[in-house]
Design a protein around this ligand. Structure first.
Ligand SMILES: NC(=O)c1ccc[n+]([C@@H]2O[C@H](COP(=O)([O-])OP(=O)(O)OC[C@H]3O[C@@H](n4cnc5c(N)ncnc54)[C@H](O)[C@@H]3O)[C@@H](O)[C@H]2O)c1
Length: 451
């Protein structure tokens, strides 16, 4: 821990010395002596993971926490005690008590790690209260929700960052580096998605977060308590941002490029029923449920630059984890599955080669510099970087690298895919959350080593 704390001190000094990126739109009130006073709303599995990482930082004070589950509050209080940090103010006496946290003058920024249905109301209230907001993925699940985020940001001038950690994954950042260096040439096609067997996340026994039974909703804990209901009621890609976030940055979406239209198809839904019958038996009360969410949902987005992006949502069948990335341009392509790459003129003719050497050569400056500190922070290190970007942006009160327009555009896949599937795959026009500004918004300099 000593090393980590020293690291954050060094890093703060370093960040001060580096030129700020061209995303400054607020006042720069950053002061190295001052700790960012932060509130966390929702300290379930994800919020607690964020909390553990934030407790490592010298430049953050956890000023307040909020959760309606007393057990989660107790877990977090003991973690804070162990760390030696000051105990935060605690909220959670009902579902709206987070508003009292937002009323605290001293809280400057909040992280929202609650179930999806709460993301928009909590983000909107946070921005209205002037708190720099970081929201977990997806940011919104309805089109009104997406617009609410954008409109509230524009009305209040307060920032919202979508906490998409996969944008900070080491291979993803190396590929972004290669994209920016022109290794793939002009980009043409992308694939990505969320391909993760979530059957044991969607069902548990009410005692453990993963598996052990086939309960969900009131009888379950953690994500099975709220996430599974979307599989029951919604035929849509409900979790697009882990795949789409990284691709959208590579494709300059909202900054010179734009999503123009989308169409989606869903397969039949058999995976969850089969799981319930296999684990709970054919007589289990949940065995007769009819799930709306197709097991594999395939969405194609067309961009203003005439690229296509195929997004796959595949969470109800047995399979190993993969976000299925493919990045393809005029010179060649990278595919995450198989860890393979082909660059014309450099790879052996017509043959794949391992990506390892390329990923090493183009390792992102942030990972080169801070990778050893990040490892252990969760999800292979990327959680450190996404929080780091959030904290550094919040301290300076500047626009985050993944902003409200990104949050809205990436999350809008959910309502648009629902509508397209309902209409037999009919193309849906993509809303322009930037209201035309995407044409002139500058591309961010992602290849830098401060945050
Ligand atoms: N980026 C990632 O890699 C990643 C990983 C896991 C989860 N997530 C996201 O994080 C969010 C939380 O997921 P999780 O796994 O921690 O779920 P969880 O169910 O473990 O935690 C959610 C917490 O929110 C609390 N809560 C619910 N309503 C509340 C309210 N009105 N006020 C205060 N607290 C409330 C619950 O009591 C619970 O403790 C979700 O949006 C999920 O998609 C992201």
């Amino acid at each position: 821990m000593g090393t980590r704390r020293k690291f954050v001190r060094d890093l703060s000094a370093l960040s001060m010395a580096t030129v700020l990126p061209n995303i400054t739109i607020g006042s720069n009130s950053f002061n190295t002596d001052k700790k960012l006073k932060l509130g966390i709303i929702g300290v379930g599995l994800r919020g607690t993971s964020h909390l553990k990482n934030l407790l490592q930082r010298d430049d953050v004070q956890i000023a307040a926490i909020c959760d309606i589950d007393d057990k989660r509050i107790e877990i977090v209080k003991s973690l804070i005690k162990e760390s030696g940090a000051e105990q935060p103010k605690v909220f959670g006496k009902n579902e709206h008590d987070y508003k009292n946290l937002l009323d605290l003058q001293e809280v400057e920024a909040v992280i929202i790690a609650t179930p999806w249905a709460w993301h928009v109301p909590m983000s909107v209230d946070a921005m209205k209260a002037g708190k720099y907001a970081g929201v977990e993925v997806s940011a919104a699940i309805t089109m009104d929700g997406c617009w609410n985020l954008v409109n509230t940001h524009e009305e209040t001038g307060t920032h919202l960052m979508i906490l998409e950690n996969v944008n900070y994954r080491r291979d993803v950042m190396a590929i972004l580096h290669m994209v920016r260096e022109g290794v793939f040439g002009e980009l043409v096609h992308f694939r990505c998605g969320y391909q993760h067997d979530l059957r044991e996340v969607k069902f548990n026994n009410g005692k453990q977060p993963y598996g052990g039974g086939v309960e969900f909703g009131e009888k379950a804990i953690s994500e099975a308590r709220w996430r599974t209901d979307y599989s029951l009621k919604m035929n849509a890609d409900v979790y697009p941002t882990h795949g789409l976030g990284p691709v959208a940055v590579m494709a300059d979406i909202n900054r010179g490029n734009q999503f123009m239209s989308l169409s989606s198809y869903a397969t039949k839904a058999i995976g969850l029923n089969k799981h319930i019958v296999n684990v709970g038996g054919p007589d289990h009360p949940n065995a007769d449920l009819v799930f709306k969410q197709g097991d594999v949902i395939t969405t194609t987005i067309k961009t203003a630059r005439n690229e296509t992006i195929i997004i796959t949502h595949d969470c109800n069948l047995p399979r190993p984890y993969s976000l299925g990335f493919r990045v393809q341009g005029e010179n060649g392509l990278w595919e995450v599955d198989g860890n393979r790459i082909y660059v014309e003129g450099q790879s052996p003719e017509h043959r794949w080669e391992s990506s390892d050497g390329w990923l090493e050569k183009y390792d992102h400056p942030l990972w080169k510099k801070y990778g050893e500190y990040a490892t252990g922070s969760g999800h292979g290190g990327m959680d450190f970087f996404v929080l780091h970007a959030f904290v550094e942006s919040a301290k300076r009160k500047i626009a985050p690298p993944l902003d409200v327009y990104d949050a809205a555009a990436w999350s809008a896949v959910t309502p648009l895919s629902a509508k397209s599937i309902e209409e037999g795959g009919a193309p849906q026009d993509y809303p322009d959350f930037t209201r035309g500004r995407w044409k002139n918004r500058a591309v961010l300099n992602w290849i830098q080593d401060n945050y």
